[in-house]
Write a protein that binds this ligand. Sequence first.
Ligand code: BTN
Length: 278
Amino acid sequence: MLIDIDLDAIKHHIHTHTDLRELVHEALLFDRVDSTNRMALEMASQGMPGGVAIFAEAQDKGRGRMNRTWFSPRGFNLYLSLLIRPHQAPREFPLFSMATAMALIVAIERVTHLRASLKWPNDIFLNQKKVAGILLESVSDGGQAPPLVIGIGVNVNVSTFPEALTPIATSLRIASGVRVDRNIFALTLLDTLAEQFKRLNKEGPAPLLAALRQQCRTLGQRVHVATPKQAWEGIAEAIQEDGALVLKMGDGTKRTLYMGDVTHLREEPLPQTMGWPE
Ligand code: BTN
């Protein structure tokens, strides 16, 4: 039996948790949208203040990184976009992707007792397969505090994927062997997001990045990193304070990458589409 996302429970949780209220003061739930990120960006460009969480039961055009689509069937998973207006400058926004990755890893552990890992920059893996992804988007609205939309897709209970995704995608249900209550996961994730963002704002990026390096499966690996313009191959040596990946190339030189699609060599590259028509 499918259990719907319970907006009243989410609102009550926000109302009763002070730390969370600092991050989110309004929660919206839609039955079916094209993309929660697109909606959040539209709200931002209309001047909506930060602190909004947009959930959807299904997405027709869920957006993934690198122009992929995000597989978004109804009723099984979590599709969430957070609209915030951080006090940090836009060049520091990638740190929120790192904080979100940490929040996902902690939420997955609290709910399923499974230890997930990060594939730089923001893929969350369980048992060598992707379970969740993060898409940061922004729009210039000319205001003083530029908006940041943090899109989060988590494969919670889906048990079958399209053929192209089957070898590379998993869900909390597949990995844990039991159905996961989407509402409990959603509330836990809101809590861990609030915890990680608060820590980032109070203590800066150092503790967050130290914790994340421990959970990062990319470090120490020989990787292929594709950026829209060029591809690089080398050993993933470090994650810098600003979230960038440092690659040690074959000739000993180092290259700092701020974005890209990482393939751990010996893994299959991601297919161009992460979704399919329902
Ligand atoms: C990725 O790993 O490629 C990022 C996937 C992000 C998917 C989420 S689902 C909720 C939000 N709305 C979207 O259209 N995309 C993000």
